[in-house]
Write a protein that binds this ligand. Structure first.
Ligand code: HEM
Length: 500
């Protein structure tokens, strides 16, 4: 066949494909439809290039809600935060767990829960998340403190001269090990430290491919990702985990739950633990980086937090001056650190880029407010994109600027934020909402507070001069807290005097 004929046939095929796939037109009661001539992909390329810009332009053009064709899916974005409570109220009409099960099982390599004939397994998994809340966390906080101090002592609590490091690497090396030890416990054997470093490297190689796995690119097409995932499946095998000491009750309860499921394969059990490791680490480390960076580069933030710690924690001189003793802070003490919590909220506001998605399993009517509603078809999705809310100048004056005390008012947590003169019910959503709300949000916040307390009590910090704030790495847009696109160099040294 001549190359010209081949080209003509190819073009005819493409045209037919375009005609076949461009069959969707907007129906009465549906939001404005944003589609393109590109078969299957629709607006995916524009969306991927800069999702915030794309969505905000369409918000200005089409109003509060519109439907976008993205890689074979039709997603209706509700953009106006004043409408969030209406959408959130209808959460039970839409599905989260079925499609998140599809995505997670594909990414982490376990049999989808919907294919397991184990009655009630999914409900039990959800019930187990209660162990990440309230007084269940008391013993976890003790473990976090002990593990954090152990990790710091190994590598950082040496002599008092200045040391240079990169901040993301510093946060990652400390917190990956602290979280792994706290969640899963310590494996026996002298090789533990080397193992955890190798695990951390593998974790990041896997995590780099995570956006592609979420886009359902088969793992076998992603170089060594399959081999790395298999390594994690071996690492978390039940017979190995049983020998680990001092893991969280949350993890032990999950192990017991899986143990009781005779028909569940061991590699599936391991893959669930791997998924939990990812959930507990992947957002927490960039969040910690931005929190530390914000505090370190703003002397007034640093001074205000130190003052708050002094006033609230009531630590003795001995506790402050002796890094050889473990610093144990209770939930009640940490809850009182309102200014510190504001620095955490502020850094999450600036770095969060999650999309909360729900699937319509039936044709569904979504009420927008008292007067307005729209229809979504079975198989379509409804989404909210909190980054637009977090960066809205009407809600947060001067939104690009870091203001450490933005979430403090009269010494208490500030919760009144307004748009169009109306108080917003939802003004900060880094942890999602409703059925997909992050069950680890309390643990994440305590982890960040504990790290800040320990670091500020024991170290002085200096961000090396001449560096500007690194932009967010938008290649992970939509997946949670975005890491910086480059690292920051800084210096630290052990404090030789108590904070005063
Ligand atoms: C700053 C740190 C964290 C942030 C910003 C964060 C954010 C989120 C968000 C936005 C979701 C919802 C995802 C969606 O709607 O698809 C989520 C889910 C989840 N998070 Fe977190 N997370 C953090 C830390 C943690 C920690 C420390 C843990 C575990 C201890 C954890 C465990 C989970 C789990 C298990 C889910 C899935 C829940 C489910 O499927 O029902 N997260 N997280």
């Amino acid at each position: 066949m001549s190359p010209l004929l081949l080209l003509v046939l190819g073009l005819v095929f493409l045209l037919l494909l375009m005609i076949r796939t461009r069959t969707r037109t907007r129906r009465a009661g549906e939001p404005p439809l944003i589609d393109s001539w590109i078969p299957f992909l629709g607006k995916a390329l524009e969306y991927r290039a800069d999702s915030r810009k794309f969505l905000e332009e369409n918000y200005r053009k089409h109003g509060d809600a519109f439907t976008v064709h993205l890689a074979g899916r039709y997603i209706t974005f509700v953009m106006n935060p004043l409408l969030y409570p209406y959408v959130i109220k209808q959460d039970s009409q839409l599905d989260f767990h079925e499609f998140s099960d599809q995505i997670s099982s594909f990414a982490f390599g376990y049999t989808p829960l919907s294919h397991c004939d184990i009655p009630g397994l999914e409900d039990e998994i959800q019930r187990g998340f209660q162990l990440l809340k309230g007084e269940n966390l008391d013993s976890t906080l003790e473990a976090v403190s002990a593990n954090l101090m152990q990790v710091l002592r190994q590598d950082h609590l040496g002599a008092g001269s200045w040391r240079t490091s990169n901040l993301y690497e510093f946060c990652d090396s400390i917190m990956f090990e602290t979280i792994a030890l706290t969640m899963f416990g310590k494996p026996p054997g002298a090789s533990y430290r080397g193992d955890i470093q190798a695990l951390r490297e593998d974790f990041h190689k896997f995590d780099d491919m995570f956006p592609l796995l979420v886009a359902r690119v088969p793992v076998r097409l992603l170089g060594k990702t399959k081999a790395i995932r298999d390594k994690f499946h071996k690492y978390f095998l039940p017979q190995r985990m049983k020998a680990w000491s001092n893991g969280m009750r949350f993890t032990q309860t999950r192990m017991e739950l899986f143990d009781g499921c005779d028909s569940m394969k061991d590699t599936d059990k391991a893959a669930h633990h791997f998924a939990m490791m990812w959930a507990s680490v992947a957002n927490t480390i960039p969040a910690i980086f931005w929190n530390l960076y914000g505090v370190m580069s703003d002397p007034s933030a640093m001074a205000a937090i130190r003052e708050e710690m002094r006033d609230v924690l009531g630590l003795s001189e001995d506790q402050v001056n002796r890094p050889d003793t473990d610093l144990t802070l209770t939930r009640e003490q940490l809850d009182k650190l309102v200014c510190m919590e504001s620095t955490i909220s502020e850094s999450l506001r600036l770095s969060t880029s999650s999309v909360t998605l729900r699937l319509a399993t039936e044709d569904t009517k979504i009420q927008l407010d008292e007067r307005r509603w729209f229809n979504v078809r079975k198989g379509d999705m409804v989404a909210m994109f909190p980054q637009t809310l977090h960066m809205d100048p009407e809600v947060y004056g001067d939104p690009e600027t870091y203001k450490f005390d933005r979430f403090v008012k009269d010494g208490k947590k500030k919760t009144d934020f307004y748009k169009g003169g109306q108080k917003l019910k939802y003004f900060l959503l880094p942890f999602g909402y409703g059925s997909s709300r992050c069950p680890g949000q309390y643990m994440a916040t305590y982890l960040m507070k504990l790290l800040l307390c320990v670091l500020l009590l024991h170290f002085d910090f200096l961000v090396d001069p001449g560096q500007s704030t690194p932009p967010l790495d938008t290649s992970r847009a939509g997946l949670g807290t975005l890491p910086p696109s480059s690292d920051i160099s800084f210096r630290y040294r052990l404090r030789t005097r108590p904070p005063h």
